[in-house]
Design a protein around this ligand. Structure first.
Ligand SMILES: *[C@@H]1O[C@H](CO)[C@@H](O)[C@H](O)[C@H]1NC(C)=O
Ligand SMILES: *[C@@H]1O[C@H](CO)[C@@H](O)[C@H](O)[C@H]1NC(C)=O
Ligand SMILES: [Zn+2]
Length: 441
């Protein structure tokens, strides 16, 4: 239907008047890009990487001087986007900023706003899965570079800077950062420093992480003579397993006591948390046979080792105390990540003046008015381990202060003002890194 022109005119005037009279501030383009990205569902088990990469590619190419490449290192539905800001001196090792494309799943019924709506409340909270982990940094990197060129169109980076957007971090990075780090494209980039995601801080200081804990999956298994449920005898599988469960619990308690007493942070002790128990004979109706003591029993543990822990000592403890062969026990450890780099050094990035990258990073954060809290070990694991194992200094950092830590939780959100302040921090960091000409090994 064609509307009479006067009707359209009145309607537009009315809309304009309404827009002007309401108190809503003008839409910030960077915040808008953040919300748009959050609306792309890249949660497992079925992350839409293709749409995410296409969105980020369009965003990057709208910014002066950025070049993009999409790599397919595994299957076509797992693309990796590489964005490059070329430096004038390509012989200098480059800086790589990382953001993973995927998120953990969200249970919509447990959220106050739909997890892929990126709804913004009047006080500026943007609710979405990935708002903190880690879609904020994905957009902040790009908007920071856009701002740098807007303020100074003649800005000339000396050192090349790359941003990679990788799939599958939340499920171990095996088809993501692991494959990328092994690729020729990565070798050619000659990466000298890696900046990865961090976590929110509840106070006024930004957190920074210089190491991850390394995960082990441990299964301990007991065998023993089966017997009638009524019999009292020594060394049944159940008895042998239970003895071990007690020993591990005691160890866990001692480590946890150090945390509770404030001696060590959570991330600097060895955690050994029970995750499953398996025993009993299936009676076929979803229950268990109650009159037989089984001949096998096992328990599974999720173990996290800080880089300061001695893995050989822990292995000896497992062999001698947690699953001793003398009690007919066996064990199996799956080391899910490295503990030492290719030169046998602990996977730690120095946060003192011995590491020139640290100094550049710290000064850049402070130059824009930011404050860093004492560097920490991350209690969990990130893609940074694939860099540290190659001897590449790596820091974990997501500029979110005065923000509750909501990664992987219901109602994950980030405030627009915090998001925008983070862009300023990256402007300072990116300018500092791309102008840094210091000699680096
Ligand atoms: C270990 O298993 C053997 C063979 O079943 C059994 O004879 C022995 O008593 C068991 N020892 C312990 C400590 O469970
Ligand atoms: C710097 O930190 C590293 C790693 O923690 C440490 O090994 C080294 O001794 C420190 N160097 C100085 C000068 O403090
Ligand atoms: Zn993350």
């Amino acid at each position: 239907m064609v509307e009479p022109i006067w009707y359209t005119l009145i309607l537009s005037t009315l809309t304009l008047t309404l827009t002007l009279s309401t108190a809503t501030p003008p839409l910030n383009p960077a915040v808008n890009h953040f919300q748009q990205y959050l609306r792309i569902n890249t949660a497992h088990p079925d992350p839409d990487y293709t749409t995410a990469v296409s969105f980020l590619n369009n965003l990057a190419t709208s910014i002066p001087n950025l070049q993009t490449r999409t790599l397919h290192l595994t299957t076509p539905n797992k693309p990796l986007l590489l964005v490059t800001l070329p430096g004038s001196n390509p012989s200098l090792p480059s800086v790589l900023l990382n953001s993973h494309l995927d998120s953990v799943p969200a249970e919509p019924s447990k959220w106050s706003h739909p997890p892929f709506s990126a709804l913004k409340t009047p006080d500026g909270k943007i609710y979405a899965r990935g708002a903190q982990d880690d879609k904020s940094i994905a957009i902040q990197y790009l908007e920071a570079i856009r701002n740098i060129f807007q303020q100074d169109p003649g800005f000339t980076p000396v050192r090349t800077l790359h941003i990679c957007y990788v799939p599958d971090e939340e499920i171990g990075g095996f088809d993501g950062m692991d494959k990328f780090a092994e690729s020729n494209q990565f070798k050619e980039m000659n990466v000298g420093f890696f900046l990865d995601e961090g976590q929110a801080s509840t106070n006024n200081e930004y957190r920074v992480f210089y190491a991850d804990r390394s995960p082990w999956d441990l299964v301990i298994k007991a065998t023993g003579k089966p017997g009638h449920g009524s019999r009292m005898y020594d060394n049944s599988a159940m008895e042998n397993l239970m003895k071990s469960v007690e020993v591990v619990s005691k160890f866990r308690e001692n480590q946890f006591d150090l945390v509770k007493a404030g001696v060590l942070p959570n991330s600097e002790v060895i955690s050994a948390n029970p995750v499953y128990l398996k025993a009993g004979i299936d009676s076929g109706d979803g229950k268990f046979v109650m009159n037989v003591q089984p001949s096998e029993a096992e328990a599974g543990y999720n173990i996290r080792l800080p880089p300061t822990a001695d893995p050989d000592l822990l292995k000896k403890r497992i062999a001698d105390e947690w699953a001793p062969a003398t009690r007919n026990m066996s064990y199996h450890i799956v080391e899910k990540g490295p503990l030492r780099d290719y030169k046998g050094r602990p996977l730690i990035t120095a946060t003192n003046d011995s590491n020139p990258w640290w100094t550049v990073f710290k000064n850049a954060v402070e130059a824009c008015g930011g404050k860093l809290s004492k560097p920490e070990i991350l209690a969990s694991t990130t893609d940074a381990r694939y860099m540290r194992v190659r001897g590449i200094p790596s820091l974990g950092f997501s500029p979110m202060k005065n923000t509750p830590i909501l990664l992987h939780e219901h109602n994950e959100f980030l405030k627009d003002a915090v998001f925008l302040e983070g862009i300023k921090v990256y402007e300072s960091i990116i300018k500092a890194f791309s102008s840094f000409e210091g000699a680096t090994p």
